[in-house]
Each structure stands twice: as C-alpha cells, then as structure tokens.
Design a protein around this ligand. Sequence first.
Ligand code: SAH
Length: 522
Amino acid sequence: MLDLSRERRRMVDVHLSRRGIHDREILEAMREVPREAFVDPGYEEFAYEDGPLPIAEDQTISQPYIVAFMLEMAQVNPGDQVLEVGTGSGYAAAVISRIVDHVYTIERHAGLAETARRRFEKLGYRNIKVRTGDGTKGWPEAAPFDAIIVAASGPGAPLALQQQLDVGGRLIIPVGEDPEEQRLLKVTRTGASTYSEEDFGAVRFVPLIGEEGWREDDRIRTGRAPSHLPTRSLPQMIGAAVEPLPEIDDPAFAEAFDRFAERRLVLLGEASHGTSEFYRARAAITRRLIEKHGFAIVAVEADWPDAAAIDRYVRHRRHSPAAVRPFQRFPAWMWRNTEVAAFVDWLRNHNQRVRPSKHRAGFYGLDIYNMSGSIAAVLDYLDRVDPEAAAIARQRYGCLTPWQKEPSTYGRAALSSGYRECEEAVLKQCRDMLARQIEHAGKDGAELFDAAQNARLIASAERYYRVMYYGGSQSWNLRDTHMFETLQHILDARGPNARAVVWAHNSHIGERALHRDGNLAG
Ligand code: SAH
C-alpha cells in the first residue's frame, strides 16, 4: 500500500492550518485518519488534494477543508456526543471519532453505510455507530447531541435535528434552494425552546433527501432543483420555519416575540378569527408589546364604531350613551367572547397607570361594515358640538336611510335611482368632517378623530355597497384599501413614534404594509 503520511501532513499544513483552521484536536485527527482508505479504488493518489471526490451512488467524499471547517464551527470537544447525517464514505465520521467519545452516523444508501462500517472496523475505530435510514429524523434514542453535522444540503434545518440538540448544542447544516450554492448555517440551541442562527457563507453540497429534506424525484435524477416546480412541500416549508414555543401562559411564550419590539407594525394574522388558544396567544403577545415595548395601538378586523365603544372603555373615556349596542353583526362571536373580554379588561387596567393619558393604548376597528353605526356616531358627535351641522349631516345621510338595515341591496337600488346624489352627499359630509378636524386641530382630539373616521367609513361604505352589486374583486380591494388607510390614519393620529399590533387577516393589509415601509413582522 502507498505510504501517504507525508502527503497527509502536507495537506493538513497547506489546506487547513494556513487557511485558518486552528483547532489542535481537529488538525491532529486529520493527520491521523488515512483519507486514502475512504476513497474508491484508483483515487488514492488524489486523496490529499483539497477537493471532493466521487464515491458510489453518485455521492462525494467531502473536501478535507470543509470537514475541518464544519467541525470547527461545531466546536467539537472530547467527551461530546456527535451525530453525523450523510455518512457517505465514512471519512468525516472517522475524523470526528478521533476527537470525541461517541459518534453516530446515518446514511440513506445501505451500500455506502455498509462500506463505511467495514472501513471503520478495519481501522479499529470502535466508537462509531452506523445506521441506514433518513437522517433528517435524527437518532432519537441516542439524543441529546452536543453537535450534529449534516453533510448534505436541505431546504432548512430539520426540526427533529434541532430538537435532538442538547441545550448549548450546535447543528451545522448547508441550506438553500440552489443546487450550485447553499449557505452553511450553524443553529445553536440556547434554551429549552430557543435557538440562534449564524450564517457561515456559501458552500456546495449534494442534496439532503428525506422527510425534512428534498424529495427524491425532485433532485436526484438531474442533481438540480427544477426551477419551475416547488421543491418543498408545504409541510416541509412550515417545518423548516417554525419554532417550538412554550405554553401560552408561560411568561417565556410572549418573550419570544421581543425580537419584534422595534417594529412599527406587528401583524398577528393569519387567523384573525380563530380558536380560544389562538386568541389567548394573540392577547399574550399583544400585552407584552404594549407593556414592555410601548405599543399603543391595537387595530383589529372589527367595525370602527363597534371597536370605538371598547376604545372608550379601555382609555377611560366618556361612554357614548347614544351609541347602539356594538358587535351585533355576524359573526358576533368573533369579538363577543371571554378571551377578548379578558384582554379588554387587562388593557383598561393597564391604561389606568399610563400617564399622561394621551399615551394610553387604544383599540381600533379597521373594518367597513357597520355603516349605520357610523352614521349614528357622526350624528351623535355633531348633535353634541354643533347642532346646525348635525341637521345638515342628517339630511345628507338621509339619502342612505332606506338601506341602512340592508346595505347589500343598496347597489341595485343605486342603479335605478339617482345614486350620484347619495355619493355626493356622503363625500360632502366626509369633507366637512375632515375640514373640521383641521380647524380644531389639537382640541377635542379623540372624539373628533373618531367622528371623522366614521365619516370616512360612510363614504367608503357607500362606494363599497354600490360596487359590490357588480361583483368581482373591486369591492374587496376597496375594503382592503379602506382598512389599510384606516391603519395609516390611526398611526398618524397617534404621532410619529406610534406602533401598532394588528389583529386581522394579513391579506387585508400585509401586502400594502410591506410595500409602504418594508417593516413587516409576524
Ligand atoms: N460525510 C461524508 C460526505 C458524504 S456526501 C464524507 O465525509 O464523505 C453526503 C451523503 O449524505 C451522501 O452519501 C448521501 O447519500 C447522504 N444523504 C443524503 N440525504 C440523506 C438523508 N436524509 N439521510 C442520510 N443520509 C443522506
């Protein structure tokens, strides 16, 4: 047999030490393991070039530098328990076995696993266990691991592997869609349910095929991800993105959202109408953002005048006796439930302590559907502050009176009768209210803002119901636009540093919010 020990020492010196690998244990292990014993017959003389080499099943033995680099990233120490996914030739596992006490390695191709097993035996490396199977699921019986090294690139860090890390444990994995280039990630488990992630730059690996990797038929034939087809199933994508969270009532649950503390908008969709658990989780996150991070707006997918009743309550403002009973419209359960009630009471208590009172957190509705409630609110406001203006407004809104109970029939009627009159009337009223707002800037703040917002809503709703009659997407877009603009008005009204938590389907405002300030979270 060729004596390649000189080449081996040279490889460690030239390709590893001089390229920045400093860990003594790693360098020593790489001086010891005969890489030539892990390449296919005929390739021995290339064993100490710093490059990958082909092995059976169309796979490769990793480049020595990358093996050393991954081990250094993983900070492997004597005494560690290490899992490797992608045994391949067995070379990396052999190197690891010279540093730590126990190595577990998984290979999906039985033939490769068997060859590697024979190599370890021949070399007398007895602290390596080899298994054939899908390494994306890890090796639960041997967990937890101090380090997990994945030698093939997947769509994301498999959840099972993250969960099999000990606290403080490190997972090293190449990740990315592009078969030519992926990112080498290090995921560190920092706590029972917390992880941190670092990116160590571009690399190129063979694909990780498995339940939490790629699908075999996508990639293996060509070795390329088809550019026109999704390469990951939805569960895979969700699996790659999710993080386990503590129980909702555990204080650590809401703390996990502190990372969004600096955002202007936190959108807690996608399920604005959900289960009790979802409502409690949403409330816990919102409480934390308000209490610890100064958020002062909760904007929800409820009608403006209805939410305004809650807003008056939580901000200790005057109850409006004229207002009709809020939250009557279907689906009433969406807001009339114990979880929302508990949150509302919490907010009222919290606000009690907030000084000055203008900094109290408010509760606002973004939606458009309670036109009659908005009309009543505008009239109520004007009756109190300007009875003459109230009389004019009453006349203008009178145009809509026949449809207030059943606004969805308005569109049809508007076709035949002179709807333009109605449109003109509500727009005039809206303009008047906005002019009043400018005129009285600074005075009567919350009350006038509420009334003006109702006037806006009536104008949007008039169009909405008219357009709805024709069907199609226009009315839907109109509603979404109204919701987003309402959010903007609330932010403007609450000042330059105002920050909002939004409880609405993200589709209503997420897109626009993203385009507006690229500052979207959640
Ligand atoms: N560590 C090896 C590198 C092997 S290349 C060495 O030093 O030579 C990556 C290996 O991962 C291939 O052998 C491939 O078959 C294997 N692989 C891909 N997906 C896998 C999966 N889900 N589970 C286990 N092995 C996998």
